[in-house]
Design a binder for this molecule. Structure first.
Ligand SMILES: Cc1cc2nc3c(=O)[nH]c(=O)nc-3n(C[C@H](O)[C@H](O)[C@H](O)COP(=O)(O)OP(=O)(O)OC[C@H]3O[C@@H](n4cnc5c(N)ncnc54)[C@H](O)[C@@H]3O)c2cc1C
Length: 256
């Protein structure tokens, strides 16, 4: 058991102090917990479920049987360094994409057409390996409903510096304030940021929670934002976008 202050631990710096179970072994009984990774895509409510986190035992990168086996607690920065050092392709996306392999797999994290699932082979759960073909996934979505302990990837040769620079450029307009990344998923053939902007929500704030001036779809914490501030902002945005465009914005951030 560990105590985590989510106003410090989470990337958006919102949330209370909660007791978290630490998982050292793969066991079906762990499924009773809501699993967290690096907390880069979550907003902790005033009443979160019982949470758990994988221990360092799941922070590893191994080459086995011609595949890359990465523990779900492994941070993206470590994977990127490993790929660079070993001249491997397909992990350039991890440049400034904060999180753990577990969180990224569950979210099918990515940028443009580059997504974690592109070169994923399988995930390891308490019931064994599940192949990609048996997982339902799409843009920022998977139907993974169990704890991911490991992800297995194809090994591609040749780290691509050009691609890395392309990702770096895409990040230039990203706000520096604490956030949880994009607040809403982009609706089909549109951009959540554009819709929010058209509704006059760029820079709009509720106390210390705001949609960034730099990037409307980033819900940022200006200083001491609370869950209630962020939640109120989310509700205002959904309502205004629905009223103006008839589009129901879907959250990318997971509220726990
Ligand atoms: C500045 C910034 C920029 C970002 N840019 C992008 C971007 O370009 N593209 C993008 O896709 N995302 C982006 N994000 C969001 C975030 O980086 C990703 O969603 C990442 O996958 C979160 O990983 P995490 O370990 O922090 O997961 P968490 O935030 O801890 O959890 C996210 C979800 O995954 C689940 N989860 C976590 N670990 C596991 C596990 N082991 N097994 C099963 N489920 C698990 C959680 O229950 C939760 O539902 C950004 C975030 C920030 C703060």
């Amino acid at each position: 058991m560990k105590t985590i202050d989510f106003s410090k631990y989470s990337s958006i710096k919102i949330g209370g102090i909660h007791k978290i179970e630490i998982i050292d072994d793969i066991d079906i009984s762990n499924e009773k917990y809501t699993i967290i990774g690096g907390a880069n895509n979550i907003l902790i409510s005033n009443n979160p479920p019982t949470m758990a986190k994988l221990s360092k035992a799941f922070d590893y990168i191994k080459i086995k049987d011609g595949f890359l086996h990465i523990g779900a607690a492994t941070p993206s920065g470590k994977v990127l360094s490993f790929a660079k050092k070993n001249d491997l392709s397909n992990f350039e996306i991890m440049q400034k994409l904060p999180g753990t392999i577990g969180g990224m797999t569950k979210m099918n994290a990515g940028l443009k057409e580059y997504e974690i699932f592109n070169n994923l082979v399988a995930i390891k759960t308490a019931k064994g390996y599940v192949e990609k073909k048996d997982i339902n996934y799409s843009y920022r979505h998977t139907n993974i409903s169990s704890i991911v302990y490991e992800a297995v990837f194809e090994i591609g040769r040749g780290f691509n510096d050009e691609l890395l620079n392309y990702f770096k450029k895409l990040r230039i307009n990203q706000p520096k304030n604490p956030s949880a990344g994009s607040c809403f998923k982009n609706p089909k053939e549109d951009f959540a940021g554009r819709l929010l902007q058209e509704c006059g929500l760029k820079g709009y704030r509720v106390n210390h929670a705001a949609f960034s001036q730099q990037h409307s779809n980033f819900l940022i914490n200006l200083k001491n934002a609370t869950f209630d501030d962020a939640n109120k902002l989310i509700h205002i945005a959904k309502k205004r976008v629905y009223e103006k465009f008839g589009i129901e914005l879907e959250l990318e951030i997971a509220i726990l």
